[in-house]
Design a protein around this ligand. Sequence first.
Ligand code: BYC
Length: 325
Amino acid sequence: MSEEQKNMEAERSLSLEAQFEARIARDEKIEPKDWMPEKYRKTHIRQMSQHAHSEIVGMLPEGNWITRAPSLRRKVALLAKVQDEAGHGLYLYSACETLGITRDELYEQLHTGKAKYSSIFNYPTVTWADMGAIGWLVDGAAIINQVPLCNTSYGPYARAMIRVCKEESFHQRQGFEIMIKLAGGSPEQKEMAQDALNRWWWPSLMMLGPTDAESVHTEQSMKWKLKRKSNDDLRQQFIDQTVPQAELIGLTIPDADLKWNEERGSYDFGDINWDEFWQVVKGHGPCNKERMNARVGAWEGGEWVRDAAMAYAEKKESRKNKKVV
Ligand code: BYC
């Protein structure tokens, strides 16, 4: 390319970038075939694939309890919730594919540890009350994070989020209902609910990401309207919404420093153990190995199904071609 051509190319992409920024400023949706900066494309693949992987890995801790749900009604609701999560993962993988990455590449990134998934799913589910706590707290935090994403700038992500949020809201209610029942039950049941709240509270706060001061992507993602609220704002909103719910059902949030701040109109809360968070993110949480083994095992175990489907498709195609000749 000559120097002149290079300059023309740079000028063209500058004006494309200016047009792109103007569209973002006007709150227009960016669609898959529209021009977009390479960094916008990459950061969307990063966040959306992390989200998709979280949904798929997130099925594991709850899948653990489907066969042990205490009644048929509970089993049906939990089964439906876990199936919804598979669906969310699939919409999100499809949305990622519109940005020019293949499903196989996305899986490969998860299986080799190159792509992250939410820290929260690396904790064990040891009692039935954990199903309540996950629905109430984890899905509760997810809704707070995801409702603003219905308004994100990338069209396929924003549209996927509308349905995801409706389903998350059912998940949150099924979890809270389990907690209401346990908290109002026998002393042993109430203790089980309190124990689950004690174990899931802090990881749920961490799930919303590092503090704004530590968050490397927030500034740019907010500019591109990929993120509509910062991690700290979402965390505060989650706390303010959840504390009264715990009070309503007679459970205690495990934070001695939690206190209503009249001036700010929200709760002050204690220090989050960010060392624990980063340990979990780096792969050293209580269940990271177990989760990855389950996903990689499912991928390897399903190889023969994929091979058979491909062989069948090829056979069908070659028969069709023979008929045409
Ligand atoms: N876990 O600059 P930051 C669900 C990483 S699924 C692990 O603040 P960003 C559900 C972050 O990726 C819930 N890693 O990042 C499913 C970055 O590392 P990289 C999942 C985390 O993107 C089943 C680094 O830390 N929801 O709801 O601006 C059952 C610096 O962070 C985490 C979504 O994925 C974490 N918790 O903000 C029930 C929603 N937090 O990538 C429920 C969409 C941060 O540079 N995602 N990191 O290597 C988001 O909204 C944002 O990506 C986050 C992080 C708020 C999570």
